[in-house]
Design a binder for this molecule. Structure first.
Ligand code: APR
Ligand code: PHB
Length: 409
């Protein structure tokens, strides 16, 4: 089989792979994106919907911000609700920044449209089965498409293939191979994992948003979140058991639970038809390092956060931004320093995002094994982070997003 050639082979057309392809394209570096699902599938996958300030700026600066600015919503703050009282966190006053409310699948649609309009290549229905020769100068992607086997020889492989992709295992194998071969600085892969004893039951409902900004609620019955998608569609979540059956949650039960958990003076929750229901598991996961030889991981392939704080997409785009910058320096200018430091640069930021998502999750949810002391601690935390200026600032600066390129600036 003769292999096709490209400069950067990108596995996965999620936010990480598509953002990387866009940034490389803008710098004149050719890439091919291989995606196992159909275009329709990836464009309709329902995920979170908050874009950090710098992520939104990055999209605008690269020509994919117009629809986001037209159809998305600018949120200059958010709300925390506990003991039946609402506490506003004013991002604009505390940080001078805001976030954009705009669905991940809309970002994906915009990124796909921009790539295709530039004549860039995305192969849908193309499943990568193997990443070969990672340690050499030309790694090869072997993929299946329409029943055929194909190969793509690359200078660099970016595995943006999500948590269940092939990239992370290939990277682990390459590290083990390097150790077996006695490479002096080779180490193995290490993973860090935390599962939470609950999940989120999410609904999409044909009702106008009940508030202008989000409400994160801590309630004796469990966490609830009020979010939105448009002037006519709301997105709401309830803490539930990890193995919750949707059949146990008819619409009436969902609306009643949401109304109780989100109750506060002057507030009524409008109800209406539920368009979609799903259960999202909660997990924190990081795999280190994020590179070996000519293979680089980005996004969910290397790390997962629980959805509290909506960092998943933002973390994926941040990796893509750091990788694109390093690749441009390496492939255009011959300077490999950024590439050598890719994993360390990303992990420094990732661990801060992991900490924030874990902390928001721990502060806002009910844990069945919590003692009375633990509950008092949680309450003191909620009080502190909503009443102290330093506390509110810490929450706001993490929520709007830490600097995209980390310390490097
Ligand atoms: N070959 C080709 N494509 C693959 C393969 C493979 N072997 N394995 C996985 N993929 C594709 C998946 O079909 C998916 O479209 O890789 C893509 C990975 O995209 P995402 O899962 O969206 O991951 P990422 O781009 O890192 O974005 C992270 O998405 O999962 C959410 O909450 C998460 O918001 C976060 C964001
Ligand atoms: C969402 O709108 O889906 C959303 C918003 C904020 C979160 C999580 C999800 O923290």
């Amino acid at each position: 089989m003769t292999a096709r050639q490209t400069r950067v082979g990108i596995i996965g057309a999620g936010p990480a792979g598509l953002a990387l392809a866009l940034l490389l394209e803008r710098a004149g570096i050719e890439s091919v994106v291989l995606e196992r699902h159909t275009r329709e599938y990836v464009e309709n996958r329902i995920r979170a919907g908050i874009l950090e300030y710098e992520v939104a700026e990055l999209l605008r600066a690269n020509g994919v911000g117009a629809r986001m600015d037209r159809e998305g919503f600018r949120h200059a703050g958010t709300n925390l609700l506990f003991d039946g009282a609402l506490h506003h966190i004013d991002f604009a006053a505390l940080t001078g920044k805001h976030v954009m409310l705009y669905s991940q699948h809309e970002v994906v649609r915009d990124l796909i449209a921009a790539r295709l309009a530039q004549g860039g290549e995305i192969r849908f229905g193309a499943e990568v089965a193997e990443i070969a020769a990672i340690g050499g100068p030309r790694p090869v992607l072997h993929w299946r498409e329409a029943g055929g086997e194909r190969a793509l020889a690359c200078e660099i492989v970016a595995a943006c293939d999500g948590f269940h992709g092939v990239g992370r295992a290939a990277l682990a194998g390459a590290l083990t191979g390097a150790m077996d071969a006695g490479a002096l600085d080779a180490g193995g892969m290490e993973s860090f994992d935390r599962a939470y004893p609950f999940a989120w039951l999410g609904i999409l409902a044909a009702v106008p948003p009940a508030k202008e900004e989000l409400v994160y609620a801590s309630h004796a019955e469990g966490f609830a979140l009020l979010s939105m998608r448009s002037a006519t569609v709301s997105r709401l979540y309830l803490q539930c058991a990890p193995d919750e059956l949707l059949s146990a949650w008819p619409d009436g039960r969902i609306w009643e639970a949401l109304a109780r958990r989100l109750a506060h003076p002057g507030f009524t929750l409008p109800t209406g038809p539920i368009l979609q229901k799903s259960v999202t598991p909660m997990r924190s996961f990081v795999s280190e390092p994020m590179q070996a030889g000519r293979l680089f991981l980005a996004g969910d392939a290397a790390h997962i956060v629980p959805p509290t704080g909506a960092k998943g997409l933002n973390a994926a785009v941040a990796d893509a931004a750091v990788l694109a910058r390093a690749l441009v320096r390496a492939l255009r200018d011959g300077d490999e320093r950024g590439l050598a430091g890719y994993s360390a640069t990303c992990l420094d930021r990732i661990w801060k995002i992991e900490r924030f998502s874990w902390w928001m999750t721990a502060m806002m949810h009910r844990f069945a094994d919590h003692s009375a002391f633990d509950r008092r601690m949680q309450h003191a935390e909620l009080e502190y982070y909503t009443s102290s200026l330093a506390g509110r600032t810490a929450l706001a600066e993490n929520y709007v997003g830490l600097p995209l390129y980390g310390e490097e600036g």
